[in-house]
Design a protein around this ligand. Structure first.
Ligand code: PLP
Length: 373
């Protein structure tokens, strides 16, 4: 009471590695979309699913809220119910899974568990940018590997690059975001074999679209961690559910850092429901494939270079990526300018075939606008 507090003039210093980071720059925002209620948005910038999740998801959440509505309690620790379902689905033991608050949290946990200041990390580039934040935050030193052709897997180049230093971690994304390149299981295996002292993170956020995965390799290799998510093909980005598959000793190492309460109860329920509806998933995957075939044809007609992709997105090369992105946004189409990663490229998320037809007509209008400027 008698104590008078002075304003403290000192700025508290950030942790050293954090000083070199800058905040995430998003492109579209939901506010921006809500501000234009007259436009049906085509939100194709973040590789989210363009349709709602399986109806089973809403049903199971409604059922929970009506019957067992304990939102006041923490959810099932470690998502053990969901792990049980994943274990049946994949034929791996429950202790080979960790369920996380989005696969981003899995990547964060892996970095926090294995990386320390000065550790070397190899990242084939261009790649998913947010991983770099997690690795840098631990003070790791990142080496980017640039292949001559970013639209190839270039395993031999990567194998040689891995021999140059003692890399603690190598971060692979397959299918890769943003290039769409998918690694074969035997390609991953070559790297695991030839760099046994490097821990490989295989980020398979888009594996459902590729209809393939290298996850069976976790049974044989102690230097492999596979990360997956319900955010993309299962359409649950808003509920934040990801998971890790690895040998049990890796899972127990991650558990030292991991907070077993971090995954929310509705997300756990939703993920179980989504996993149970494989036919809904496959129908969407087929739509995305049809969209890619359609759009590649349309881009070819317009003389625009596009690349085949194993994910629900594709890269196209254009004259003025930034201007095109802005002109598309005026048409209610949100895409991602990736020109700072690969010159001239924008990345477009693929939705259903009907959405892609709608997309291409708005694309033409946007192109016309920038060509007339
Ligand atoms: C979208 C994405 C993620 C993040 O997924 P969440 O599970 O929503 O955290 C991780 N890795 C890659 C390559 C992605 O594209």
């Amino acid at each position: 009471m008698g104590l008078k507090l002075e304003k403290v003039p000192y700025l508290i210093e950030m942790a050293k590695p954090v000083k070199h980071l800058s905040p995430y720059q998003a492109t579209s925002s939901l506010e921006e979309i809500h501000d234009k209620p007259w436009q049906t948005p085509l939100k194709l910038d973040w590789n989210e699913s363009s349709i709602l999740p399986s109806p089973r998801v809403t049903e199971s959440i409604k059922y929970f809220l009506a019957h067992d509505n304990h939102l006041n309690w923490y959810s099932t620790l470690n998502s053990s119910n969901l792990i049980h379902k994943l274990s049946e689905f994949y034929g791996l033991a429950p202790n080979q899974f960790l369920v996380s608050n989005g696969s981003d949290e899995a990547l964060h946990t892996i970095c926090a568990t294995y990386l320390y200041e000065g550790d070397e990390v190899l990242v084939p580039s261009p790649t998913y940018q947010h991983f770099l934040v997690f690795a840098k935050q631990e003070g790791a030193v990142i080496t980017e590997y640039h292949s001559k052709n970013p639209f190839s897997s270039d395993i031999e180049g990567l194998r040689l690059a891995l021999q140059e230093k003692q890399y603690k971690i190598c971060y692979l994304v397959s299918p890769n975001n943003p290039t769409g390149v998918c690694l074969e299981q035997d390609e991953v295996e070559i790297l695991l074999e030839t760099s046994p002292h490097t821990l490989f993170i295989l980020d398979e956020a888009y594996a459902e679209f590729a209809r393939k995965s290298a996850y069976p390799l976790v049974q044989q290799y102690a230097n492999l961690i596979v990360t997956r998510t319900f955010s993309k093909a299962y359409a649950l980005a808003g509920l934040r559910i990801g998971y890790v598959m690895a040998q049990s000793h890796i899972i127990s190492n991650l558990s030292r850092v991991f907070n077993p309460k971090s995954v929310n109860v509705l997300g756990q329920i939703a993920a179980m429901a989504a996993l149970s509806d494989q036919s809904y998933l496959m129908k969407f995957v087929e739509q995305v494939e049809a969209s890619q075939a359609f759009l590649r044809g349309e881009f070819e007609k317009r003389g625009i270079l596009s690349h085949p992709s194993k994910g629900n997105f594709m890269m196209i090369k254009v004259q003025q990526p930034k201007q095109l992105q802005l002109a598309l946004a005026e048409e209610g189409v949100y895409v991602r300018d990736r020109a700072h990663l690969l010159e001239g490229y924008i990345r477009i998320t693929l939705g259903t075939l009907d959405q892609s037809k709608d997309f291409i007509s708005r694309f033409d209008r946007a192109l016309e606008k920038i060509n007339n400027k």
